[in-house]
Design a protein around this ligand. Sequence first.
Ligand SMILES: *[C@@H]1O[C@H](CO)[C@@H](O)[C@H](O)[C@H]1NC(C)=O
Ligand SMILES: *[C@@H]1O[C@H](CO)[C@@H](O)[C@H](O)[C@H]1NC(C)=O
Ligand SMILES: *[C@@H]1O[C@H](CO)[C@@H](O)[C@H](O)[C@H]1NC(C)=O
Ligand SMILES: *[C@@H]1O[C@H](CO)[C@@H](O)[C@H](O)[C@H]1NC(C)=O
Ligand SMILES: *[C@@H]1O[C@H](CO)[C@@H](O)[C@H](O)[C@H]1NC(C)=O
Length: 260
Amino acid sequence: MKNMEFPMTIMVISTVLFLCSSSAYAQKTALPPSLTPTPAPAPAPEYVNLTDLLTVAGPFHTFLSYLESTKVLETFQNQANNTEEGITLFVPKDTAFSSLKKPSLSNLTKDQLKSLLLFHGLPHYYSLSDFKNLSGSSPIPTFAGGQYTLNFTDVSGTVHISSGWTDTKVSSSVHSTDPVAIYQVDKVLLPEAIFGTDIPPTPAPAPSPDIAPTADSSSGPTTEGKSSPTSSPSSSYRMISWGIWSHMVLALSGVLVLFL
Ligand SMILES: *[C@@H]1O[C@H](CO)[C@@H](O)[C@H](O)[C@H]1NC(C)=O
Ligand SMILES: *[C@@H]1O[C@H](CO)[C@@H](O)[C@H](O)[C@H]1NC(C)=O
Ligand SMILES: *[C@@H]1O[C@H](CO)[C@@H](O)[C@H](O)[C@H]1NC(C)=O
Ligand SMILES: *[C@@H]1O[C@H](CO)[C@@H](O)[C@H](O)[C@H]1NC(C)=O
Ligand SMILES: *[C@@H]1O[C@H](CO)[C@@H](O)[C@H](O)[C@H]1NC(C)=O
């Protein structure tokens, strides 16, 4: 009787030990993936709400209200929603509009104002680095079509924009994730197709933008969607393997104790 009981106890105890350790192991392996955020590339947002972006950043209230009153916003949003090409917008801050004295926008016809707004968009998504390549292929057509073109030059990483009337630069990136790019510019872009080619000579005090070009290049593309996937996966992996080892050691010592 005693001789029969001993192997039975070993079997029962080792089975229990095995079940405990394996279920605990299963729990440990199941838990970490649900706890740690997936380091995989963030899925591109399905729908980019331009109104939302322009409301939060800026302030771009003047530009946004012009977009709304002329319904150009719908054209832009439609391009963002429904095309592979995507869209690139150059958005002047409110101060760019308030400091614009001559020529005045208040004198424009409805159609001219609409064209001026369409002039601030390109029917294609361009990242900041894409503009290096665009420099060679100026003039670039805008949403306004026809003679409404812009020239781009890359000056040590800063994108400069020229419309003839306006020389400005991209001063920061509001949003740059394919298919939507929104860049802040320092001035309202004035097309020759509206204001003519009789451009008044620019008053001299220009050299200030060239003194500190580094200040602009610091405002690079936005880094949204970039998480730091470095630490968590390796530490959770270490937890798993530690879990396996501790359970194996536990099971082994359990068996040893029974035999002694
Ligand atoms: C876009 O954002 C604006 C401002 O946040 C909001 O009023 C509007 O309803 C949004 N549009 C859609 C289609 O979600
Ligand atoms: C863009 O997509 C959103 C969400 O699907 C929709 O509510 C909105 O009406 C669309 N706007 C345009 C102009 O296509
Ligand atoms: C408005 O347009 C008229 C005619 O084109 C022009 O004579 C006038 O100077 C303009 N006014 C402003 C403020 O630009
Ligand atoms: C830049 O332009 C050249 C010629 O226009 C083209 O061959 C090349 O693929 C372009 N590079 C990028 C990164 O778009
Ligand atoms: C744009 O570039 C083209 C070709 O280099 C040039 O002929 C034109 O004068 C430029 N326009 C402006 C406004 O700089």
